[in-house]
Write a protein that binds this ligand. Structure first.
Ligand SMILES: [Cu+2]
Length: 438
């Protein structure tokens, strides 16, 4: 039976056969069709009850409807075909067609209802990580609830009395490593001080996907793909900020490793954890923050210096794509490698992917006679055009060659350049004009 047909029959089983079932299931599909476009920062918001929403680059927000005073969200656990690099698509699991799942944003004090449906082939549940809620809402199979069987629904409902950066995830280790996680941000009743102009979120994940394979090996301890918000650099969408603005960055880790996340060119302070806002007396300057498994770290800084500044995990193996892949995706060998072999391997890759494949950094004439060569010589692959979007407009040619793994950049832009990119975001398809200005 095809996946579509099976899915139809699941829908029919859930809602009962007939028109009602069909229309509701169509409605659910439509909700998923909402374009994946992160919201822009609202600099001018002044309403006391409004909050500056967090933007999760490359991940959409989960919309809600009001039922009286209750914010109602619909979340479906399901398999997701996820393109993590221009030449690599994996079979992950996520929510509402997204991996990581869509971002839920509420405000401290909100009553929240999440209508959860399991479209996975096995039982699951939803855990609300860090939230102080009644035990019936804790989402631990057998302990606080029965597992939600395939095709079943479960309704979570609670009041959020905290503020901070939380998350939802399946409370099953292998499902977590298949991608079952998403942000749950509770904005404070009263704005944090000092206020920020931009608020961004990054989810750190790691994947063990063998070459020529698409299903993550969730039992592995060696990871060859490292992602921010479900994509490996250079597919990560740069974070845009105005020069002189204050920026908040929330970093969340659910994987098997801890990640030291480093920001170039600026110092930041840690203003919060997965437990909420930290008192100002605890803030001190740093530029690398260790984000442990199941932790969130919230940092803030003044975007003082114009430029495209990297944000990346500093573990060397996490700054690579397709680490240890020796077959189809990339070749990373540090022995018995020659320029000829590397180029022919890249050429065979280029037959299946639409990007420039030559290496750009020059090597010495006698490189092959030097013990240890090559190290990074054949690793960089420019693919500017394959990953082009408004947010990459104006970056120097071949910028993408240095971007791999858990990596993105924060672009600190003078007003004129910031506004020019914003204008491009409003008119899709204009990113290619006047590209590569430099
Ligand atoms: Cu790392």
């Amino acid at each position: 039976m095809s996946g579509t047909r099976r899915r139809f029959f699941q829908d029919a089983a859930i809602f009962g056969a007939g028109l009602l079932g069909m229309s509701e299931s169509l409605q659910a599909q439509n909700e998923k069709a909402i374009p994946m476009r992160p919201r822009e920062a609202h600099r001018e918001h002044t309403l006391p009850s409004a909050f500056l929403p967090m933007t999760t680059p490359d991940v959409a927000d989960l919309p809600h409807k009001m039922d009286g005073a209750v914010k109602v969200f619909r979340l479906d656990a399901e398999p997701v075909k996820k393109k993590i690099a221009p030449f690599k698509t994996i079979d992950a699991w996520g929510y509402n067609g997204s991996c990581p799942g869509p971002t839920i944003q509420v405000q401290q004090g909100d009553r929240v209802r999440v209508i959860f449906e399991n479209r996975l082939p096995e039982s699951t549940s939803l855990h609300w990580h860090g939230l102080e809620i009644p035990i019936e809402q804790d989402g631990v199979p057998y302990i606080s609830q029965k597992p939600v069987a395939p095709g079943e629904k479960y309704v979570y409902e609670f009041t959020v009395h905290q503020e901070g950066t939380f998350f939802y995830h399946a409370h099953s280790a292998m499902q977590e490593m298949m991608g079952q996680i998403g942000f749950f941000v509770a904005h404070p009743e009263k704005d944090y001080k000092p206020r920020v102009d931009h608020d961004y979120g990054l989810i750190l994940q790691e994947w063990a996907v063998l070459p020529s394979n698409t299903v993550p090996n969730t039992a592995a301890m060696e990871f060859n793909w490292l992602t921010f918000n479900g994509v490996a650099a250079p597919m990560t969408t740069p974070l845009l900020t105005r020069l002189g603005s204050r920026v908040r960055l929330r970093i969340l880790n659910l994987g098997m490793d801890h990640h030291p996340v480093h920001l170039h060119g600026h110092q930041f302070v840690v203003t919060g954890t997965e437990g909420g806002r930290a008192p100002e007396s605890t803030w001190y300057p740093m530029n690398t923050v260790l984000v442990g498994v199941a932790q969130a770290r919230v940092v803030e800084f003044e975007a003082k210096y114009p430029g495209a500044w990297m944000i990346h995990c500093h573990l060397p193996h996490h700054m690579m794509n397709s680490m240890m892949d020796l077959l189809r995706d990339r070749q990373i060998e540090t022995a018995d490698q020659t320029e000829m072999k590397a180029l022919s391997q890249m050429e065979s890759l280029a037959k299946s992917v639409p990007f420039e494949h030559v290496h750009h950094a020059p090597i010495a004439k006698d490189a092959e006679s030097v013990p240890g060569f090559p190290q990074d010589a054949f690793m960089e692959m420019g693919m500017d055009e394959a990953v082009e979007k408004p947010e990459t407009y104006g970056l120097p040619k071949n910028w993408s060659a240095g971007m791999m793994g858990m990596m993105t950049m924060i672009r600190v832009l003078p007003d004129k350049e910031y506004d020019a990119i914003l204008a491009r975001k409003k008119v899709p398809g204009t990113a290619t004009e006047h590209h590569h200005e430099s």
